[in-house]
Design a protein around this ligand. Sequence first.
Ligand SMILES: [Zn+2]
Length: 277
Amino acid sequence: MWQSHGFHMFPADHPGNPECVGAHHPERPCNGQRGKHPCGRWSVLASDGPVKLRAMFSRGMRNIGVACKASGLLVVDEDQPGAFREYAAGVGQVVEDTFTVTTAKGCHRYYRQPEGVELGNGVGALKGRGIDVRGARGLGGYVIGPGSVHETGVIYQPVDMAAPILPAPAWLVEALQAQPVAAFSGDHRKSLVSDGKGRPYKVLTGLVQTVLEATPGSDRNSRLFWSASRMFEHAGQGLFPSESGRAALLEAARRVGLADGEAEATLNSAHRNARGR
Ligand SMILES: [Zn+2]
């Protein structure tokens, strides 16, 4: 029924099943997460086709997962009731009534992704406010959709079935694109680099810092390319595993607002370049 909203959906575990039917590793328990695990590779399964949906949802009790990217959605997940209105009021704005689904703890506010930008799962200026955002960066994120059941028995319920999904307001888009100040602090830099001491740490921290100091819209990619090239050289000499270097630089690229796809492409090209030497 939600296809009319443009939702691309996939089945997820339903807490009424004796055991989780999600496709996660059996050794990883789903403490507090029953009813949220996708039944398979959700980003591939997600569909708005009635035939495919009927087949996927006819295998027993299932919750509905909504893939944000495929659906063109930006969903604001508010865990602390009132937090989003409070943020809005602080920047002189009012939250208008968009399609909203109440959850066990708060609510999901559904917005349309803005044209030309892929807003991701980062929270930007909303950081630390009990607000989470699911969007379109990389594979994108998903939310458990209306009509689903939370493990507490609470049903994800639309506040108003007929409410339209509004375009993401400009002030929200701006807030999500802003880099939280803490991203540039020493503590954050450390958290990007797992091993906290020795030469490997120093080298990798320097490379991460080079990316973090980029100016959006001008030299992010060239800085990432330079740092990645050095990183692969050092990794090639066994200073640290290239996976750790890659993960740290990818996260730094995210912090300066580079889309995952773009950052991956730059990392891959730096890798090819380093191997060619
Ligand atoms: Zn599970």
